[in-house]
Design a protein around this ligand. Structure first.
Ligand code: ZN
Length: 335
């Protein structure tokens, strides 16, 4: 049986609680890493207790390290910190879900180091699959399997694993502001001569971001008007959207939001998901994280725009979700 809708609703509620508890300042300025002290944190139940601890041994090792070595030192010191603080609790959580993991969603998000999806949804061990890449892009179906030169990427494979084999009912695509991949895509659009054929990054964003650029052009040409996102393979997944109705976002962030919605179309292009969409067993959601404000948004199909998840919006959003994705979808047959 699938309790996934309830699970996703719980995660939206967690977003709301995150907004009430988490200071936004940490996204605005990074604290310099001290060699004399490090912070002991307890992430249990999403709470963070911070206290300074002296660690002369680590200080000495860092002081002797090369510049490159220090970067790796940070990771190793993190492991030591993990052992001292969260390991015991985490292992207990792994044991808890060992025989009965109940992930509620698969989230596709950006590899950006500032994106902390399990933090801003307050997800626990076993709650959510996370797939990360540059620009949270999911290649559309024609990009694999239909030509003589088959090139299967991770993302469709992850979709199949999560949905067909794992019985997941919710797919979330989460983009963010100031995204380097999206900035690259926009930069190449502005100056195509900068495209480097030998650059995997340029190839990745251009191949998978082409439709997003077309949609951005439509947005810029029409202004803040309704745009249609058509899903040919699964027409019931088509939707309308108004991107940045108040025209407050820079053009790159407009593209980032367009890109999230374009991925919902790309996901629906995969024929192996058609039956799941037709039987209303699978639901896709667009989310967006404003890094410098720490705000989390979800795309409302009803309101046709991104809505910030907070105390004021949470009830309406959950109500809409319960209508769009009923709490008891048909259980998967073959999983
Ligand atoms: Zn990014």
């Amino acid at each position: 049986m699938c309790g996934s809708v309830l699970g996703l609703r719980a995660q939206l509620g967690h977003c709301d609680r995150y907004l009430r508890k988490t200071p936004h300042k940490q996204f605005q300025e990074f604290q310099p890493q001290s060699l004399l002290y490090f912070k002991k944190r307890d992430f249990k139940y999403g709470k963070e207790q911070v206290q300074s601890m002296s660690h002369p041994q680590l200080e000495e090792r860092s002081a002797n390290g090369s510049k490159q070595g220090k970067n790796m030192d940070k990771i190793l010191r993190g492991v030591v910190k993990y052992r001292q603080t969260v390991k015991k609790d985490l292992v207990a959580q792994f044991e808890e879900v060992r025989n009965n993991p109940k992930p509620t969603a698969v989230m596709f998000t950006c590899m950006d180091s500032r994106m902390l999806p399990t933090r801003f949804t307050q997800s626990k061990v076993g709650d959510m699959f996370v797939v990360r890449n540059a620009g949270n892009m999911i290649p559309e179906a024609p990009n694999y399997g239909f030509s003589s030169e088959v090139s299967v990427t991770t993302e469709p494979a992850a979709l199949e694993l999560a949905v067909k084999r794992g019985g997941i009912n919710h797919i979330v695509v989460c983009g963010h502001s100031d995204c380097k991949a999206i900035n690259t895509l926009y930069g190449l659009h502005q100056c195509p001569k900068n495209f480097d054929v030998s650059s995997p990054m340029d190839q990745w964003v251009r191949n998978n971001g082409y439709q997003s650029i077309k949609k951005l052009n439509e947005r810029l040409h029409k202004g803040a008007a309704k745009m249609t996102f058509n899903c040919e393979m699964s027409p019931n997944q088509s939707f309308e959207a108004i991107i940045d109705p108040m025209d407050r976002l820079p053009v790159e962030d407009k593209l980032s939001q367009v890109n999230v919605l374009q991925q919902l179309v790309n996901i629906a292009s995969h024929s192996f998901l058609s039956e799941h969409f037709e039987k209303k067993k699978l639901f896709v959601h667009g989310m967006w994280f404003d890094i410098y404000k720490g705000e989390v948004y979800i795309f409302s199909r009803e309101k046709k725009r991104f809505i910030v998840i907070d105390d004021n919006s949470i009830d309406d959003l959950l109500k809409e979700l319960s209508q769009y994705a009923p709490a008891e979808p048909n259980p998967p047959k073959d999983e």
